[in-house]
Ligand binder design. Sequence first.
Ligand SMILES: Oc1ccccc1-c1ccno1
Length: 251
Amino acid sequence: MRVDVITIFPEYLAPLGVSLIGKAADRGLLDIRAHDLRDWTHDVHRTVDDTPYGGGPGMVMKPEPWGEALDAVLADVPPESPELPPTLVVPTPSGRPFTQAKAAQLAESPWLIFACGRYEGIDRRVIDAAAERMAVEELSIGDYVLAGGEVAVLVMVEAIGRLLPGVLGNAESARDDSFAAGAMESLLEGPAYTKPAEWRGRTVPEILTSGNHGAIARWRREQAFARTAAHRPELLARLDPAALDKRDRLA
Ligand SMILES: Oc1ccccc1-c1ccno1
């Protein structure tokens, strides 16, 4: 997967060169390129924003640099995606929710371009013009406001990248993640334990050392239901009865 990120703070994306995603990039599973929006400005101050039409607080990102930046990125077509245009992902507090299902959907795309807005956002005409030549996804990572889209890109690239074939080892299968499609969809993961068997007088639930894998799986599902009921009860209403295995129906 090719990932282009356009931002006024390319250094903000340095964490993408570390750990899981960094190793995936080193192995050629991801080709991540950060672009400085200011490279497409032409004034001495490298201006990327201006006051909003209609008045109001803050500044809006000017369309000209964005248009030229997207033109340049689109002109550098990756060989693995010669026919298919990229998907433009625009992190924004006013977007649709970025969910595990959306991460899985975007993980199918060979080429993603992320547009990191700052200030009061990007001039709307940039998004409207882009939508005439590629798919556009305006996505929010949560109900709060950030200073810019870079943090949201770090979240999205990690959530998407870990789903790519070969990125997670078998031991880290994404299948059992919270929100993963299938049996865990809409359920939170339950508690996890490791050695030592006793720590500061606290022991590990006996079921986990019983060797009874069927009973362990049932216990973990019960724990997932309990945790979901406690922390995110609204998710239980979304549970697809078909995703429940017969044991759950008896639980
Ligand atoms: O608050 C933001 C500012 C800029 C770009 C994105 C965001 C955001 C907030 C939540 N999800 O995305």
